[in-house]
Structure formats: C-alpha cells, structure tokens
Design a protein around this ligand. Structure first.
Ligand SMILES: [Zn+2]
Length: 209
C-alpha cells in the first residue's frame, strides 16, 4: 500500500471513529434530556396535585396514578428513565419521608427530594436515600425533582431526603431563638420559591427539543 493510500485510510478510520463517538454522544444526550423532562413534568403535576388536595403531597401507595392524570399523555411514559431496562411502570421513586405530608411541614422544599431515580422500579415506587440507583445513570449524575416542584436537576451526590420536623407552636423547630412571626415569614418565603412553571411552558419545552 502506498504512503498516500495509507494516509487516506487512516483519515477515514479517524473520521469514522469521530462520527461514531459524536453519534453516541448525541444518543446519550437525548436520553438525558428526556429523563430531565420527565421529572420536570412530574414536578409540575405534583404542584397541580397540591392545589387540588389541600396542599398535601400524594401518598406513597398510589402516587403514579394520582399524578398521571395531570400529565398530557396520561401514560407511564413520563415515569420511566430512557436508560431503565425493566418493564416496570416507573423508574422514579417518591421520597417516602414526604409522601402524604402537608407541604407546610417540609422545612426546605427547594432542597428536599420529591422524586429520584430508584434502584427498585415498580408500579408506585417509594423509598429513601438508600434506594437511589447506583452508579449514577447519566454522565452529569442522577436526575431529581424537589418538593417545590422544580425538576429535573442533576446531582452526582444524593440530596436531602429528610423533610425536617413539623412546625409546632412555641417551637422546637427552626433557627435557634427564631420568633413565631420570623418563622411564619421564612415559611412564606420558602413557599414563594415554589415552581411557577406552567403546563404550557413545559409542553413548549418538550416539543422544542
Ligand atoms: Zn434517568
């Protein structure tokens, strides 16, 4: 083989490898985005559920059915990470520590997990921090939705599952020395941090991908 021909073959091999690598990158990336989009939709559905059910989060036993009625498809598509291989309906779990709880009892909704990628998919999976799938499913980490409805967000580490203690009058909870009005103001501010994402925004986001 002449040197010129060898050089041409080498260029082709490198180019093929590059294109293949890029195609795989795009393949993974589209699945990453689908997972984030699913958790974003579930977050919005949880906010609609709160509005309809007296500001209480869905119970662990039936949360998938309870939330699917608030999604456009109404099917289990949004409850499965594209990397999940099992036939189970949901690859996302509901944080058992917040399931069925009044929203007001969650100390820091923006940092407390609502949905996570579970190691035990099922019909209505629910569990704690030790139920998070390992190793992480995506290059940027696992996807999560937080109790304020914001999702999905990547995290390489397992975020907070403990919702904190329920508020009590005269309170042992909250910052040391915090007065009742200050506590109420802090809780109002936390609630103000709830997602203001509308369904139409989510739809336009998912269709623009
Ligand atoms: Zn995922």
């Amino acid at each position: 083989m002449s040197a010129k021909r060898l050089a041409t073959v080498m260029v082709l091999v490198v180019a093929t490898g590059f294109i293949g690598g890029y195609a795989q990158y795009r393949w993974r990336e589209s699945r990453d985005l689908t997972c984030l989009s699913n958790l974003c939709i579930l977050g919005a559905a949880s906010q609609m559920y709160l509005a309809d059910f007296n500001d209480t989060l869905p119970p662990a036993e039936n949360w998938v059915d309870d939330l699917l009625v608030y999604t456009r498809s109404g099917s289990g598509d949004v409850t499965k990470c594209p990397f999940e291989r099992s036939a189970a309906r949901s690859s996302y779990g509901l944080n058992a520590l917040v399931a069925g709880k009044p929203y007001a009892q969650i100390e820091d909704p923006g940092r407390t997990v609502l949905f996570y990628e579970t190691a035990h998919p099922g019909d209505n999976p629910s569990g704690g921090s030790d139920d998070v799938v390992t190793p992480v499913r995506h290059v940027p980490g696992n996807a999560y939705t937080y109790c304020n409805g914001v999702g999905g967000r990547w995290s390489m580490t397992v975020p907070r599952f403990d919702p904190g203690k329920p508020p009590r009058m005269g309170g042992a909870t909250g910052a040391v020395g915090e007065t009742q009005p200050a506590r109420i103001a802090r809780r109002r501010a936390a609630r103000g941090g709830r997602s203001s994402v509308t369904v139409s925004q989510i739809r336009s986001r998912s269709t623009s991908k």
